[in-house]
Every structure is written in C-alpha cells, then in structure tokens.
Ligand binder design. Structure first.
Ligand SMILES: Nc1nc2c(ncn2[C@@H]2O[C@H](COP(=O)(O)OP(=O)(O)OP(=O)(O)O)[C@@H](O)[C@H]2O)c(=O)[nH]1
Length: 456
C-alpha cells in the first residue's frame, strides 16, 4: 500500500489520470442522469399512451357484458386486462351498481388503496412487487350502442390503475446497460490515458530525472533521452535547454578554474615579492645603507647576544672603537661624494680584514665599532693596529691627485664579571679620545688609561 502511494505520488501519469478521470466521471454521471431522466419521461408518456389505448380494445366487450349482465364474461375480460404488465388494478362502477367489480389494487372513495383477488373478493395486500405508493388511475366511461338504439346509453365507468414504479421497472434494464457501458468506457479510457501519458511523458521524465541524479557535479555531461519523437515538443525542448545550460556551466567552470590558477600564480608571485620586500626591509632595518655594515641597532642587538654568550660560556670579548681622522676637512676639501667613497673603502677594509664571527657596526657618521669574540685586549690591540695601518694605505683618487686618510682607535676588553655594551663603548670611547688628542692615527688601550689614572 505504501509503495503504491509512493508510486502514485511520484507518477505524473497517475496524477493526470486522477484529474481527468475525476472530471470525466462527473461529466459521465451528469450525462447519464440527464439521459435517464429523459428516458423516464419518454417511457412514462409511452405508458400513459398504452393505458389510453386499452378502452378501445376492451371497451366494447365490457359494455356488452354489463348491458347483458353477463358477470362471467365481464370477469374474464377484466382478468385478461389485469394480466397486462401495465395494469395493477381495475374497477368497474355501473350506474345500477349491479355489475360493480374490482380486481387488484384500487382506490376506495377516500382515495385509500384496497386490494381484491381475481374473483373480485377483498384480500390482503397483493404482492405486485411494486408497492402502491405510486398508484395512478385512468377512468373511461362505458356506453351501450346496440343496433336497436339510435343513441348511446351510459352504463358506468371503468377505472384502470397503474403504477409509476412500472416505468422504473421498464427502465431498469436500460439503465443497467447504460451503467455497464459507462463503466467499460471509463475503464478503457483510464487505461488508454494512463498507458500513453506514462509512455510519452512519465517514463521520459523519470529517465531524465534519473540521469540528472547520476550526473557528476564536477563535470556534468549533456543528457540523451530514449525518445523516438523528431518534432520539437516540450520535453525535447526541456532536455535541449538542460544540455545547453550544462555546456554553459562547464564553460564557466573551466574559466573559473583558469582564473583560479591565474590567481594562485599571482598570489604566489605576490607572496614571493612580499617575502623579498620583507627581507629587504629587515636588511634595511639592520644594515647601514652606505657601508652595508650593521647599523647601530643591529650592532647593539648582536653585541648584547654575544655578551650573554660570553657570560655563560666564559670566553673573552674585546671591543675596538674607530673614528676617521679629520673627516670634516676631507669632506670639505674633496666633497661629500669622496667622503662617502672613503667610508665605503674603509668599511671594505674592515670586512676583508676581520673574521665573519666579528661584529662590525657603523654607530653613526664616521664612527665605527668592532666586537671581537674570544680575543683579549692584547690581541685586540694588534688587530686594531693592523687595521690602522691598512686604513692609512687606502688610496682614493680626486681628480688626478691621490687622497689618503687615517683613523684613531680605542680598545677595551670585557671584564671577568658583568658589563654592558654601553659600558664597553664608553671605555673604548675614552681610549679613542686619548688617541685623538695625542696626535690621531693611533691605537690606545683603555687598560693603560685606567692604570694611569688608577681606576681599574
Ligand atoms: N661624506 C659623508 N660625511 C659624513 C657622513 N656622516 C658624517 N659625515 C661628516 O663627518 C664629519 C665629522 O666631523 P667631526 O665630528 O668634526 O670630526 P672630524 O672632522 O673627523 O674631526 P676628528 O674626529 O676630531 O678627527 C662631519 O662633517 C659630517 O658631516 C657621511 O655619511 N658621509
């Protein structure tokens, strides 16, 4: 039952059928009722006509039997009439009341039904099978017109009783035939409609839906239906429209895929650019743009790290502070550009002379500092002096003349316990100051100054 209901709910053919069948059934019932009513009316008229022909058939015999007081003849005529299927009762009323006779179902004077047997004796209700509710009567007079009389002599009346239900009885078979006919026609129509709607609409739609369900959503393909029609009906238009839509969707998806790939590549390139820019920015943040040495900030950061390491791993650290001599004069004499060249050449000498573990920084202007890990003051003095000599040999050219410059230095070593970069710089600066004020182009150890002043 459940599956039947499911089938009904999913079947367009059954739905349409129900609607068509419902409407057809109503129309058929209406037409049949009208047809039946017309048949009833016609049959009833025929019925009355038949009743009215009876006096012409039996009237003469009845008149003769009443005129001659022949009770036996009258009774046999009336019984013959009573046997006719359209008659349910007969009543003969004569003027002298001598030949009165009733047979079957008749009305009395109060219009109530009374029943008489074929011998004219009162009896219980007669089983006519028709009931007496629809009883109606047709009265006709009886006359005698014998050969000896010029005029007709009234003898009385004969009342024939019939029943409306007899009309129905007559119609019954016709009606049953009409009904069977309608049922067969409806069933045939039902089957034909269902078969063709299902074949030409239901099945193709079902196949179409099934194929849509089975489509791969990533790459749907055009659908082909097993329809044998060549003309452009709605179903074929629907299928073609679907296929066109699928082609458009596939094309759009391909374009989207390409756009995605392009976007991916652009994002990759942009990310690389950003990383490079970030690297550059980081470099800029920590590198002096002119000399490419560590700037003040990078020098302090790396220096602090190295100091911490030296504290925990117990290795010595020395710091050299370097300042170019009379740099202002050099700038003023040969120009700022040569000043820049001087700074670059000086930085190159530092880079090439020192180890990669040494930290070289430009603290500002023409002021530089170097941190030498694992090197004591004595060794650092030698490194500084070697640098000083190399610097003094750097040859710069201005126009056709050669330009030389020198640098003064101050050296200090990290004490055994605790110190800071600032403190080391301050000590080295004092030594540097000493070098400057004692003729420049020389190296001074902070320890000698401290010893001389008794600070250490
Ligand atoms: N060309 C150039 N000059 C700079 C740069 N930075 C600082 N200076 C110059 O360096 C000079 C430093 O001068 P001072 O501080 O008087 O020192 P000095 O002339 O070297 O004298 P002493 O240190 O006493 O020997 C100034 O004239 C600055 O303008 C730079 O990046 N390029």
């Amino acid at each position: 039952m459940q599956s039947l209901l499911k089938h009904y709910r999913r079947s367009i053919a059954l739905h349409l059928l129900l609607v068509i069948f419902g409407v057809y059934f109503l129309v058929a019932v209406l037409v049949t009722v009208i047809q039946l009513y017309k048949e009833y009316e016609n049959t009833k008229t025929e019925f009355y006509n038949e009743i009215q022909t009876l006096p012409s058939t039996f009237g003469k015999g009845i008149s003769d039997s009443v005129w001659t007081y022949n009770q036996e003849l009258l009774q046999s005529i009336l019984q013959g009439m009573y046997n006719l299927p359209i008659v349910v009762g007969i009543k003969v009323d004569t003027l002298d009341q001598k030949m009165d006779f009733q047979i079957g179902a008749v009305f009395n004077e109060q219009r109530q039904v009374e029943y008489y047997d074929p011998n004219g004796l009162p009896t219980e209700q007669i089983l006519t099978g028709l009931g007496s509710q629809a009883l109606f009567d047709h009265k006709f007079p009886i006359y005698y017109q014998g050969p000896a009389f010029d005029q007709t002599i009234p003898l009385g009346t004969v009342t024939l009783y019939s029943n409306d239900q007899l009309v129905f009885e007559r119609l019954k078979y016709g009606f049953i035939l009409i009904l069977i006919n309608s049922i067969i026609k409806t069933c045939m129509l039902w089957f034909i409609i269902y078969f063709f709607i299902n074949k030409y609409l239901g099945k193709p739609l079902k196949e179409f839906t099934l194929k849509i369900h089975r489509q791969d959503p990533q790459s749907p393909k055009p659908i082909d239906l097993a329809i044998n029609w060549t003309d452009e009906n709605e179903l074929i238009i629907l299928k073609d429209s679907y296929n066109q839509m699928i082609q458009r969707v596939n094309k759009n998806q391909l374009e989207l895929l390409q756009l995605n790939q392009e976007l991916d590549e652009k994002i990759k390139a942009r990310t690389q650019d950003l990383e490079l820019a970030k690297e550059k920015a980081e470099q800029l943040a920590y590198t002096d743009p002119l000399t490419k040495l560590c700037n003040r900030r990078a020098f302090f950061d790396s220096g602090k790290q190295l100091l911490n390491q030296a504290g925990t791993q117990h290795f010595s650290i020395s710091l050299i502070m370097i300042d170019l001599d009379n740099f202002k004069t050099l700038n003023d004499t040969y120009g700022h550009a040569l000043g820049d060249q001087t700074l670059i050449a000086f930085a190159d000498v530092l880079k090439s002379s020192l180890s990669s573990t040494d930290i070289i920084g430009r603290l500002g202007g023409e002021e530089f500092a170097v941190i030498l890990p694992d090197i004591g003051e004595y060794e650092a003095l030698h490194v500084a002096d070697s640098l000083r000599q190399k610097i003094s040999q750097i040859e710069l050219t201005h126009d056709v003349s050669s330009v030389y410059f020198t640098a003064s230095m101050g050296v200090t070593e990290k004490p055994l316990r605790g110190t800071t970069i600032d403190l080391l710089l301050a000590q080295a600066d004092k030594a540097l100051y000493f070098s400057k004020h004692h003729g420049r182009n020389q190296v001074t150890a902070y320890s000698t100054l401290a010893e001389a002043s008794g600070v250490r």
